[in-house]
Write a protein that binds this ligand. Sequence first.
Ligand code: PFF
Length: 473
Amino acid sequence: MSENREQFGSRLGFILAAAGSAVGIGNLVGFPVNAAKNGGGAFLLIYALCVVLLCLPVMLAELSLGRHTKKDPLGAYTSIAGNSPWRIAGWLSLVTPFMIAVFYSVITIWLLGYVVNAATGNLDQLAAPDTFGNFINSNSIFLYLAAVATIIFLILAGGVQDGIERAAKVLMPLLFVFLIALVIFVLSLDNAWAGVRYYMVPDFSKITGSVINGALSQAFFSLSLGMGILITYGSYMNPKEDLPGATKMVALCDTGVAFAAGLLILPAVFSFNPNVNPEELSDSSVSLIFTFLPKIFLALQGTLGYVGASIVATTFFTLVFFAAITSLVSIIEVPTASLMDARRYSRKKSLLILGITMGLLTIASALSFGKVGFLTELVNYAGASRSLFDIIIDTFYDTILPLNGALVCLFVIYRWRKTNFNDEVEQGNPNYKGTFLERYVNFSVGTFIPVILFLIFINTVAQKYFGVSLIAL
Ligand code: PFF
């Protein structure tokens, strides 16, 4: 398979596809809320440091491993380490994207529902207090599930160049245009600048260990690390491509969008209620998108009229929906590539198998918000009952993701070996040899980055499942 493996057609195509993966719900909603609550400019600074010092080296490691082996994550681990225990790391980087895709699909399905309702004149209903709870338990979600599954299938069935790359080339520029238009509009509203001030003025007194941990987790998730995505996308890259250059572009794009999203969400919140205390904003991105923001959009009818307010709301939900679709495409490509590589199945057959298995699990998680009792209260841990949806987030997003990151770092430096890693990066960038960047990447990926990620993993397990905090954060 690797002899005639599919490839991205151009450098821009790869960057847009990888940025499409990175830019998601995490950037557009999670980041602004985190920043607002955790010290504004001070959080932005810490986030930027996490991206540059900790995430960029991991990104480079994942992409190089993929490009060298020309395999999906499981294939990448086994082609270097054979049948050794490293296989477990390979399996983890296959199961993790599969499960993250399940919870992310549920949110994407809801997003599509909100796009359709905002566009068809139902913004007033979306802003009503009980709507979200009723909507997620209504039968219409099955219709939206079918629509999302069809869109993803049509994109992925086209393959790397005609599917993933082409979709990214259409959706990403649209996303940038929608985002910029909304930022400009929101900044023109009354009181908007109070939100900008809150967002950007640093408050270093808010910075604690847990805020730093939060910034790192946010950056790690935002750049799609630990999910096997960059190993898979790396396997479709041209060996002559400049990896550090491409990595920097993707990180810049992702961070730029997250930053711009803050200039959209916080001014909107302040113009809606100038006396708001952002610390009281809910922690959950879900309640912000689906219950708080619709109220803000509806309030715009005072100045824009109902149609104008609906247009703004539709643009916003479409923007988040596009971001979610390009992320889902990248994550579902991971198990798809695995089935194609390991089983030699055709792309369509792999997609059908995944469509059925993932579809069933997505339905089960979508039903775990009260509609089916036992899925809603599936197990109890750390003193609380957890739904299927909660368990998937706790296990795969919060816990396994940093573990996968630590494992890939250790694997690249100590099993695949530093010199091979460096040779791979140098292939597309001969100037990399001997640079400070090369030395920093080798040192950090072999030492403190996996240690930090591993500590986060242990602490999360203790906290989530046993209710104890090992590290005083
Ligand atoms: N970078 C994505 C985000 O910030 O939302 C993370 C991601 C999640 C990628 C889910 C892919 C995915 F399916």
